[in-house]
Design a protein around this ligand. Structure first.
Ligand code: PMV
Length: 309
């Protein structure tokens, strides 16, 4: 059997970093930006090639690995009880790497699904989610689990570690633009930096994390009421809190400011920060001018995303 399996990228609307410390956060899948794992049967033991992910390949028999691709492959095969897999998997991803859009989780999820298909078994999302979370530890150190949950189930969610996940449905279409600074940044490093700050300046850092988290419930209400003005204002305020926490960068600040000056209802960094993307909330009639402004301000790539409607 040949075919393909895929998973989308994701963006965090509100609450990154605080979510690592069991605060709630909002995230959305990005269905147009996907990692795709094409698979086909072969006489040889399983090989995996990931052309877009530099230097990444894995072969059955290579044993346990600290590389995300190898770890996902070995975990999936073990979990599925598939001990002599044959076939070829090729992974291609349109999701920029190390830029806050959940590329690592999407690649793992697509790979897990392709391996299950080659092994002729179903893998329920709940089980796939748990495997991808294990691999996320290599990318993030101490992941909250928001990336894998959003990517595997492909639903907008209100996420809080250890609590039942709630999916969100806005009553009308909401439009976003994602703009890439072009600066790769490792989430593991920004998460570690915040953890250091919590150790060194606990009171100040805790209150910044509380501020980041404080808007999440009302932003969810705004999202569910499609109150774009309130949601946008909260996103922009959240960017300020993340900047105070030290996870923004001049390039992220420039793009967020450019989006707002051009008419976006709100804009903020999305994901680990210090590089990667901003997310801007736009109305249909300002999308073009915000896109132009982001380009002029130096965005390397711009993607549109929408929710509901
Ligand atoms: O940089 P990303 O897209 O992997 O998002 C990370 C979000 C954080 O809250 C910073 C970390 C986490 O595990 O939730």
């Amino acid at each position: 059997m040949r075919g393909s399996a895929s998973a989308p990228g994701k963006a965090i609307l509100l609450g990154e970093h605080a979510v690592v410390y069991t605060k709630p956060a909002l995230a959305i899948p990005l269905p147009q930006l996907r990692a795709v794992a094409s698979f086909r049967p072969a006489e040889q033991p399983l090989t995996i090639q990931a052309a877009d992910l530099p230097g990444r390949s894995w072969q059955w028999g290579a044993g346990d690995s600290s590389d995300p691709l190898g770890k996902m492959a070995t975990l999936s095969l073990r979990h599925l009880g598939c001990d002599a897999p044959k076939g070829e998997i090729t992974i291609r991803s349109a999701i920029p790497i190390a830029s806050g859009l959940g590329s690592g989780a999407a690649v793992s999820a697509a790979l897990g699904r392709a391996i299950a298909a080659l092994c002729h078994v179903e893998i329920p999302n709940v089980e796939l989610n748990a495997l991808v979370y294990e691999v996320e530890k290599l990318h993030h150190g101490t992941p909250s689990g928001i990336d894998n949950r959003t990517v595997v189930f492909e639903q907008p969610i209100y996420f809080q570690r250890g609590q039942p996940i709630e999916s969100i449905r806005p009553p009308r279409r909401l439009n976003f633009l994602l703009a890439d600074t072009g600066v790769p940044a490792l989430t593991r490093e920004t998460v570690a930096a915040v953890r250091r700050l919590l150790r060194e300046e606990p009171e100040r850092t805790q209150s910044q994390l509380d501020q980041i988290a404080s808007a999440v419930d009302s932003a969810r209400a705004a999202l569910e009421a499609a109150d774009v003005f309130r949601l946008g204002a909260m996103m922009t305020a959240n960017h300020g809190f993340l900047r105070d926490l030290g996870v923004s960068s001049p390039a992220l600040d420039t793009l967020a400011t450019a989006a707002i000056q051009a008419g976006a209802l709100g804009a903020k960094l999305s994901g680990g920060g210090r590089g990667g993307h901003i997310i801007a909330l736009v109305e249909a009639d300002t999308t073009w001018s915000v896109r132009q402004a982001l380009q002029t301000a130096g965005a390397l790539r711009i993607h549109a995303a929408s929710l509901g409607g």
